[in-house]
Ligand binder design. Structure first.
Ligand SMILES: C[S@@+](CC[C@H](N)C(=O)[O-])C[C@H]1O[C@@H](n2cnc3c(N)ncnc32)[C@H](O)[C@@H]1O
Length: 234
């Protein structure tokens, strides 16, 4: 998959995209991520990319021209799926990230300051928000989206890791996980996980997932039927 990111702050992406699983996915050629500096496309003398909002109000709005020209240069003759990160967008879910992971190419546009000139929306196929709060820019949301959807691309996670057995994958939060040692400073791993009885372990994990979801996010329990089917398949 090819991901292009249009931003005023490409340097913000360096560490996040080159480290760990995303770095490995790019090195192996499964994923190609490129950032593009919107400022380089500003056609005015001072490379200005923002201006005061018509009608008044606080802050600055990102101008249409640099974004239109940057988008045109990045897309060329292709028609990739173009996403604007914005708190006005639809909330990102695991399900949507999984669908997006099947596309060959996407372009992400990061707003900053008070956001982008509304006319930029004529270039956009989808608006995505990562949560009901406001950040200073779309760079962190873009990183969240890239990280989240990449986990669903075959080969990005190692064979020992799975995107299917996690919180939200089946509509519930994940059950508790433990690793060695079995006893740590008086805190013991539940006995059931140590006896190797797979059916009992699966049943215990399901019950724990239900309990955790009921405690932390009861509204998710509407997906209970889907989860039940996922567990009985095993
Ligand atoms: C300060 S915000 C602008 C908020 C805008 N004035 C509003 O009220 O909707 C600047 C930029 O950060 C990004 N951003 C902030 N919060 C976000 C969120 N929850 N999800 C996705 N993008 C967000 C967007 O790209 C946005 O254009």
């Amino acid at each position: 998959m090819k991901i292009d990111i249009l931003t005023l702050f490409p340097e913000m992406f360096d560490g996040v995209l080159s480290a760990s699983i995303l770095g490995r996915a790019q090195a192996s050629g499964i994923l190609s991520i490129e950032t593009h500096d919107i400022r380089a496309y500003a056609d005015n003398k001072h490379k200005k990319t923002d201006d005061y909002p018509f009608g008044g109000g606080a802050g600055l709005v990102m101008m249409a021209q640099p974004i239109f020209d940057c988008m045109a240069a990045v897309c060329g003759d292709e028609q990739p799926h173009r996403i604007l990160l914005t708190p006005r967008g639809k909330l990102l879910t695991s399900e949507r990230a999984k669908e997006l992971s099947k596309l060959d190419r996407i372009v992400l546009l990061c707003g900053h300051y008070e956001g982008v000139d509304e006319r930029v929306n004529t270039l956009i196929d989808e608006e995505i928000s990562i949560g009901d709060y406001v950040l200073t820019g779309g760079e962190l949301p873009a990183m969240v989206l890239v990280d989240c959807l990449s986990r669903f691309i075959p080969g990005v996670l190692g064979s020992e890791e799975s995107a299917e057995d996690e919180s939200h994958a089946n509509g519930l939060l994940e059950y508790p996980q433990y690793t060695r040692p079995a006893s740590f400073r008086g805190l013991d791993v539940p006995e059931i996980l140590l006896n190797g009885h797979h059916a009992n372990i699966a049943k215990w994990r399901h019950e724990q997932a239900m309990e955790k979801t009921r405690e932390m996010r009861p509204c998710l329990l509407g997906n209970f039927g889907r989860v039940d089917r996922a567990y009985t398949k095993k």
